[in-house]
Write a protein that binds this ligand. Structure first.
Ligand code: THG
Length: 271
């Protein structure tokens, strides 16, 4: 399982404040904590202010690279910001994201192709997000036609089926699991990723819903996730799920995690 750390996101209040005030140590702490907790990539989102985004993104990239060695996942739809960011990164970053929307394909796909970046591809187009797994597959099939034409190998594509809120549509979970199964079958070389937190929006005990959703998604074929890597019960659930799905030879990762004290959170007195 590849973990993309979600915490450096300018749509979060305290991160937005740190960006505005140029509070370097707040951002660098978020980076260090996530990497120590096992993040393989760090998502970097400078917020949604178009005129400030390029400068803010560059500032974030430099800070994070000063304290960690993991590759970055540049969370931006702005081709100018991405173009500038490509000059600053020390390692090839993942790009978050393209979709079936023509403007995204035109603006971002050439950058992805030129630099050989892995890229997250959202299952949506200019008509929005469909409510059926079949239609989400159709949308992503069109995206694969474009990425293949641009010479991007399928294994560089991280398909994101786009998680919606279970509170407003109780099929939102099934739509995701079904879409993941279809993608696994149709594009076996591609990765499957998603952001979890939308699933539980508006409901109580969100961490419980998020980690149960994550386990079911792993079973449906997900191999990458944008999560809070410092959430220890989420990490513990990943170790157990991969163990149970035959993805942990000789139970090595699970027992190692246990010895490192990473599973204690799941130990509860049974009376
Ligand atoms: N798909 C793709 N990219 C994405 C998303 C997706 N990027 C943004 C988002 N969704 C994933 N990132 C976040 C980042 C922060 C939070 C949720 C998703 C978040 N944080 C809470 C907060 O800020 O209060 C709680 C966690 C915390 O405190 O650290 O909700 O779906 N491709």
């Amino acid at each position: 399982m590849q973990i993309i750390g979600e915490k450096i996101n300018g749509t979060r209040k305290l991160v937005a404040k740190a960006i505005t005030e140029r509070d370097a140590s707040y951002i660098q702490n978020l980076a260090k904590k996530q990497v120590e907790s096992g993040a393989h990539w760090l998502d970097i989102n400078a917020g949604t202010h178009p005129s400030r985004e390029p400068d803010d993104l560059i500032w974030l990239i430099k800070l994070v690279q000063d304290v960690t060695d993991v590759p970055l996942c540049l969370d931006s739809a702005n081709p100018q910001a991405l173009q500038m960011a490509m000059k600053e990164v020390k390692q090839t970053p993942m790009i978050n994201s393209i979709s079936g929307e023509p403007s995204r394909l035109e603006g971002v796909l050439p950058i992805v192709a030129e630099h050989g970046c892995p890229v997250i591809a959202l299952c949506m187009d200019e008509k929005g997000i469909s409510n059926t797994a079949d239609e989400r597959l159709q949308v992503i099939q069109k995206v694969f036609t474009e990425t293949r034409q641009a010479g991007i190998p399928d294994e560089h594509i991280f398909v994101d089926p786009l998680v919606m809120t279970i509170g407003t549509n109780t099929e939102a979970g099934n739509i995701i699991f079904n879409t993941m199964r279809l993608i696994r079958r149709e594009f076996p070389q591609a990765h499957i990723s998603c952001g979890l937190s939308n699933i539980s929006f508006g409901l109580p005990v969100r961490p419980l819903i998020n980690r149960t959703f994550l386990v079911l998604a792993i079973e449906a074929g997900m191999d990458t996730a944008i999560i809070d890597p410092t959430d220890r019960s989420l990490q513990a659930a990943i170790f157990a799920a991969e163990l149970l799905l035959g993805k942990d030879r000789h139970c090595l990762n699970y027992t190692r995690a246990f010895r490192a004290g990473k599973l204690e959170i799941a130990l509860e007195k049974s009376g």
